[in-house]
Design a protein around this ligand. Structure first.
Ligand SMILES: Cc1cc2nc3c(=O)[nH]c(=O)nc-3n(C[C@H](O)[C@H](O)[C@H](O)COP(=O)(O)OP(=O)(O)OC[C@H]3O[C@@H](n4cnc5c(N)ncnc54)[C@H](O)[C@@H]3O)c2cc1C
Length: 409
């Protein structure tokens, strides 16, 4: 019988894969990270949440990130016409981090992957996982190498962190459609953004367009700013033209974004992603688990993707390390239920956003400061904090609050 080469093969070197690799390396496991692209590579998802700081610290990667000099993100500002709801992470109900970073992902992902590699973890860049066969308590993984030839590697466990590649969901027929309608995003980086001063400079802006779209403005420390629009395909169809003209027309038709970006110069041809919401039938099975965007992706509105990717990558690695030590583990309660607690909390907020409940709350004439602090903690990524009623009973609490806020409007 062919010997088993590895304890764990990780597919993908994004935040989920890098955090899983960092944790498994500390556990002394023989691992390999297989990454289709070469780093640095562009990927969207640039606004972190404060909870990522806890996760980076836990696996010893915070210093590597701090060295990069990224823009400090101290909160999130929601704007609709002349109404503003300004969250500051210093004003949370939880004792969490009061800031995080706005990160060009090419640099951020490379910084953490390089730091993990420097600890002795092998990364194979430019290698694509094309097949995985599970038999005899191990997985035979087929890789396509940069020269187009194939190579097989035997691993005891496969952790799929392939993000939008969704390798195991596709190969094992685990894909499930999302309950959300198809939305689309058009985005680029620009220069010429007129930023607010001082502490306000690094906050993300979410500008609500009168016709039902929303626009993100994410400032970087390199002078560039990420700008993107999220809307239904019907909304985009009302703005014909090539992608730069379309993005410009949409941004200029929303007064708050227009005020900041009137002189914007586009850094690269705007890119488009359509139908990004996705789901899976299950998060684990014999010999494998899924983490990050290879599981479920909801929507970019609350910048939750990287936080959920890191939390799930790290958690999967912790459960797996125990299993590999021969300890009893229950993947459902120890892993899937934990991950879904976070996903489902954000799901309540995403749903409330598109049903106009959350905008009704955020743009109400009067807001209860204690409740806003609890909501701020959720927006900071503390979605596993069971002491927060806006976590444990998010649907109910947001529904009731929207009714009260609507009556006071
Ligand atoms: C429009 C939009 C805006 C967003 N904005 C935000 C935001 O502001 N903040 C935020 O936190 N999140 C945001 N997200 C979500 C964010 O992009 C993802 O949640 C995050 O990148 C997931 O990380 P990951 O590690 O799971 O996957 P990724 O970062 O996608 O990494 C997966 C890696 O796997 C590799 N791979 C794929 N297939 C294979 C294969 N066959 N073999 C080997 N390697 C493979 C890929 O090359 C890639 O490098 C946004 C998403 C969208 C669609």
């Amino acid at each position: 019988m062919k010997p088993i080469d590895l304890d764990v093969l990780i597919i993908g070197a994004g935040p989920a894969g890098a955090l899983a690799a960092a944790q498994l390396q500390r556990e002394g496991r023989k691992i390999l990270v297989v990454e289709k692209q070469t780093f640095p590579r562009f990927v969207i998802g640039e606004s972190l949440l404060p909870h990522t700081m806890d996760l980076l610290k836990e696996v010893g990667l915070l210093q590597a990130v701090e060295k990069c000099g990224f823009m400090k993100k101290t909160g999130a500002v929601f704007l609709r016409g002349d109404k503003v709801c300004n969250f500051d992470f210093a004003d949370q109900s939880a004792a969490g981090w009061q800031y995080t970073y706005q990160v060009p992902r090419a640099e951020f992902d490379k910084a953490i992957a390089d730091a993990v590699q420097a600890r002795g973890v092998e990364f194979l860049y430019g290698h694509t996982v094309t097949a995985v066969n599970f038999s005899n308590a191990h997985a035979d993984v087929t890789l396509e190498q940069p020269d187009g030839t194939r190579r097989k590697i035997a691993a005891r466990f496969v952790l799929d962190c392939s993000g939008y590649g969704r390798v195991l969901p596709r190969l094992l027929d685990l894909e499930e459609p999302s309950n959300y309608p198809v939305r689309e995003s058009l985005f680029t980086h620009v220069t010429g953004d007129v930023r607010p001063p001082e502490r306000e400079q690094g906050k993300i802006w979410v500008c609500v367009h009168a016709d039902g779209a929303w626009i993100w403005i994410i400032p970087f420390s390199n002078g560039k700013t990420s700008v993107g629009v999220v809307a239904t395909p019907e909304f985009f169809a009302r703005y014909p033209g090539e992608s730069e003209a379309q993005l410009r027309a949409i941004v200029m038709s929303e007064p708050n974004a227009a005020a900041r970006l009137a002189d914007m110069r586009v850094d690269f041809q705007p890119q488009r992603i359509k139908g990004f919401a996705c789901s899976v039938k299950k998060l684990y099975g014999p010999g494998f688990a899924l983490a990050g965007n290879a599981t479920e992706f909801l929507d970019p509105i609350f910048s939750s993707g990287v936080t959920l990717a890191m939390e799930s990558g790290l958690r999967a690695a912790q459960v797996l390390a125990r299993e590999l030590r021969g300890e009893p583990v229950d993947w459902q309660t120890d892993y899937a239920d934990h991950v879904m607690q976070g996903v489902n909390t954000f799901r309540s907020y995403v749903t409330a956003w598109y049903e106009d409940k959350l905008p009704t709350i955020l743009f109400a004439a009067q807001r209860n400061p204690d409740i806003m602090r609890q909501i701020c903690s959720v927006l900071a990524g503390y979605v596993w904090d069971k002491s927060n009623p806006y976590v444990v009973q998010a649907d109910r609490a947001l529904g009731l609050l929207a009714k009260i806020s609507g009556k006071m409007a």
